[in-house]
Design a protein around this ligand. Structure first.
Ligand SMILES: [Zn+2]
Ligand SMILES: [Zn+2]
Length: 338
């Protein structure tokens, strides 16, 4: 790819494997909203040309001489963060802050290709019950939704407000239910998304009708919720996420924005001992929980939530164009034809 230009198709050699690498024949690669930003040049990629694609699943084609936990033919999905394993963050299980961390499909070639080379440590066995396309898209938004719940110390019985019902919210709602949540409120402006959240058991909070904080306070008899997830990336909804919390509530902020948010420390934070928590990426260990939930059918992506495109530049560009102004949460997944 080149910054600000449509993707181009190119023949590139199949990568050579180092002893700890594996070569994967890509069976599915999710097209993500962040890929729209990479193509547009909004998020910077320093090494170009590059193959995008950080949501990847497929079959192991070949393993490096020192890889012992995988063999050719294994079904796998890919953890997109390549970390060193030995810096002060990696040794504490905080690989999202790795000193030399690299993201697949941003800093190194990704999965919009027939083959991808990744370190063996980044390839996780994908249970047979989980289709490749689901394995691929779980590696990004679902994983981040789970990380947000973990960062908010979400536990059984907690009530939760989810601000934004796109890909992250769709997973967050299912994950909260799998973790035995109390009442779930989904805050949205889009009627179709509100209807879809309600059909999945959430209480729909329509921001067009009244202030969402007011609505949540009324619905909880003035108490507020235990956890709020902000998945939109706007200062306004971030502030609402904090204000709808009850005593000891935790607001996990996931959406990105450059705006500032104002908080009255005494009445809105200190008095209630509420916490505002930043959420960045996810951890490899969380992928195992995700796969377990998906294997048991507690995290699902019904066929109508997926759309398939071929490994073809014009189809991928068209999918990115429609993602740019999408309002549904149908995910496009590249499935290379044989
Ligand atoms: Zn993604
Ligand atoms: Zn590291």
């Amino acid at each position: 790819m080149q910054r600000g230009k449509p993707f181009e198709q190119a023949d590139i050699p199949i990568p050579e494997l180092a002893p700890l690498d594996v070569l994967i024949r890509v069976a599915a690669a999710g097209i993500c909203h962040s890929d729209v930003h990479y193509r547009a040049g909004i998020s910077n990629i320093d090494r170009l040309p590059l193959t995008l694609g950080h949501e990847v699943a497929g079959r192991v084609e070949e393993v490096g001489s020192d890889v012992t936990h995988l063999s050719a033919g294994d079904r796998v999905c890919v953890h997109y963060l390549v970390s060193c394993g030995s810096c002060e963050f990696c040794v504490r299980g905080l690989e999202q802050f790795c000193r030399s961390g690299q993201m697949i499909g941003k800093h190194r070639d990704g999965g919009y290709a027939e083959f991808i080379k990744v370190p063996g440590a980044n390839a996780f066995l994908l249970p047979d019950e989980i289709p490749f396309e689901v394995g691929a898209i779980m590696m990004c938004s679902s994983a981040t939704a789970l990380h947000a719940l973990n960062k908010a110390r979400f536990k059984a019985g907690d009530s939760i407000a989810i601000f934004g019902f796109g890909g992250l919210g769709f997973s967050a709602l299912q994950l909260a239910r799998a973790l035995d949540c109390g009442d779930v409120y989904v805050v949205e402006i889009n009627p179709a998304k509100l209807a879809s959240a309600a059909s999945m058991g959430a209480i729909a909070i329509d921001t067009r009708s009244a202030d969402p904080v007011q609505q949540i306070k009324e619905a909880t008899a003035g108490k507020g919720v235990d956890v709020a997830l902000e998945l939109i990336g706007s200062a306004k909804t971030m502030r609402q996420a904090v204000l709808c919390l009850g005593l000891l509530g935790r607001a996990a902020l996931v959406g990105l924005t450059a705006e500032s948010m104002s908080i009255h420390p005494y009445t809105e934070l200190i008095n209630k001992e509420v916490e505002i928590i930043g959420v960045s990426d996810h951890l490899a260990t969380e992928l195992l929980t995700l796969m377990d939930l998906a294997r048991r059918g507690e995290l699902q992506f019904p066929p109508e939530s997926l759309r398939f495109v071929d490994l073809d530049a014009s189809q991928i560009n068209a999918a990115l164009d429609s993602l740019q102004d999408s309002i549904d949460h149908v995910r496009a997944v590249i499935v290379p034809s044989k």
